[in-house]
Design a protein around this ligand. Structure first.
Ligand SMILES: CC(=O)SCCNC(=O)CCNC(=O)[C@H](O)C(C)(C)COP(=O)(O)OP(=O)(O)OC[C@H]1O[C@@H](n2cnc3c(N)ncnc32)[C@H](O)[C@@H]1OP(=O)(O)O
Length: 473
């Protein structure tokens, strides 16, 4: 199995002219085949469409966005969306926005971003959180609102800002400060102040960690990779593939979901992701384990890096899109959520979500034209691929006769993924959706499958179907 994955990765990253020719020939035949391919049924009664979506460039934290506030970044995504689609603010009925690590001053960041972007104060907005799948949750919340007949036009998005996170006083200091606030006499205040000890000053830093186990995501990914036998070499190869493919897509101008951001005090605009970095195998091999030391296999290069970024998309009933003269990118055909053991299966969302949504839709692995799967860690992706291709996993954990099978890696994250493009937690879901929609056009496919894992041991899988009016821009 390990060697199978390595071979497939090798094939993708060293594209020979024969493969290029085959790809072109396949694209032509898929184009013809697309006409005859089945379409998936509408489950909402509204034929919900993804009209378009945008994202700010995803930047390594502590770089160009470092002095901003997260709602400002989110504001850029909302304004960029309106500009790109030409949709007026008045048409938007509701805004659902995701965030994971909340800025305490803007806890309903959807609302603050909407007000900052100039939306009417009559446009309701709420904020959702479901860890790394928060903007998937924003999209599917919107689908539910449309299906329920509550609203017609929903903006869904997400923002994450790791350059500034809430750092709290220790519990002891918080308790003291709150009691100090309630103290009625100077004597009571003095007595409280006299109770302060040096350990009161140790701050509480947020960690990218699982609350129920206390384990960081990276530590968990390292244990998962070891459990599935994903070697350091395989992880580094996968990370290199991700950066290489993202670099190619960037050079070819495929990231048409990007909107430029003007940052106060900086010349020009930010218009490119800045974490894509094509390294040599030797450079990757030199890096020390980042989490389990000294024997772990997860490093800074085969892990997604801490990222700042925001995204937004607009979904609506197809009839409404027609009425507005819009050309949607894709139908949002189906979605599902999964949840499993947050200790030993924390990052296995795709291994559970992919078979569940395929079965629900009556589709085979081979019928998926584009795969966009969140890359939290290379070891996590390889573990999910190994789980899908394992009879033991299929029988023991999925209740199947045998394995699910191997997705075609030639159709897998062909424009790179979270490892290279970056992973601003709550903004990634919309990025996955837009890359799916745009790839379906460029690669002449019909069905795109999105899946991601999330803290809490949860996961999402979504199915998009290319819309006949879709363009890749
Ligand atoms: C469901 C989910 O999505 S769970 C996932 C949630 N996300 C996470 O948990 C985030 C995981 N990532 C992290 O926490 C951090 O990025 C870490 C801990 C892995 C690394 O953080 P840092 O040590 O600050 O990374 P930093 O950028 O300094 O890189 C460390 C070294 O690796 C090098 N490096 C990083 N990436 C690469 C690369 N692609 N190629 C070559 N070298 C690299 C850096 O140059 C640096 O080298 P130096 O020490 O000589 O300067």
């Amino acid at each position: 199995m390990a060697s199978q994955i390595s071979k497939s990765l090798f094939k993708v990253s060293h594209v020979s002219s024969t493969v290029k020719f085959d790809t072109a020939r396949r694209a032509l035949s898929v184009g013809a085949a697309l006409q005859q391919k089945k379409t998936l049924p509408d489950r909402t009664g509204k034929n919900v469409v993804l009209v378009d979506g945008v994202r700010t460039p995803f930047l390594v934290s502590f770089t160009d966005y470092a002095k901003m506030m997260p709602h400002e970044l989110a504001r850029h995504s909302l304004m960029g969306l309106l500009q790109k689609t030409g949709i007026s603010k008045e048409v938007i009925d509701y805004i659902v926005y995701g965030t994971v690590i909340q800025e305490v001053k803007t806890s309903n960041i959807g609302r603050e971003a909407a007000l900052a972007a100039g939306f009417s104060d009559r446009t309701p907005s709420h904020t959702v959180t479901m860890a790394c799948i928060s903007s998937n949750q924003a999209i599917t919340t919107g689908v539910g609102m449309i299906a329920a007949g509550a609203f017609d036009v929903i903006v869904a998005g997400g923002v994450e800002f790791m350059s500034d996170v809430p750092i709290r006083h220790s519990r002891k200091m918080r308790s003291l400060l709150l009691r100090l606030n309630r103290a009625k006499t100077p004597a009571q205040r003095l007595s409280l102040i006299a109770s302060i000890r040096p350990d009161f000053f140790i701050p509480e830093l947020p960690a990218v960690a699982e609350f129920s186990s206390g384990e960081t995501m990276g530590h968990s990914a390292d244990r998962l990779a070891a459990a599935f036998g994903a070697s350091r070499q395989e992880q580094d190869d996968y990370a290199m593939r991700s950066h290489k493919l993202a670099h190619e897509a960037q050079q070819k101008g495929y990231f048409t979901d990007l909107i430029p951001v003007k940052v106060d005090g900086k010349d020009g605009v930010v218009d490119k992701d800045n974490g894509i970095r094509v390294s040599t195998p030797e450079q990757l091999a030199k890096l020390k384990p980042a989490f389990i030391k000294p024997h772990g296999t997860v490093t800074a290069a085969n892990a997604s890096f801490l990222t700042d970024g925001a995204s937004a998309c607009v979904i609506m009933a197809e009839a409404k899109a027609k009425e507005l003269g819009l050309k949607p990118k894709a139908y949002v055909r189906d979605f599902t959520y999964v949840a499993q053991d947050p200790v030993d299966q924390l990052l296995l969302g795709p291994a559970y979500g992919i078979p569940k949504i395929l079965d629900k839709a009556g589709l085979k692995l081979s019928e998926i034209d584009t795969w966009e799967i969140h890359e939290a860690f290379a070891g996590q992706i390889l573990s999910n691929l190994k789980a899908l291709d394992s009879d033991w996993f299929g029988q023991t954990y999925l209740g199947r006769q045998g394995k699910v099978g191997s997705p075609d890696l030639d159709k897998w994250n062909k424009w790179g993924g979270s490892l290279s493009i970056g992973h601003p937690f709550a903004a990634t879901g919309v990025r996955l959706a837009m890359h799916t929609a745009h790839r379906l056009v460029r690669e002449d496919g019909r069905f795109g499958l999105i899946s991601a894992c999330a803290a809490g041991g949860q996961g999402v899988a979504m199915l998009l179907e290319r819309h006949p009016d879709a363009t890749a821009n």
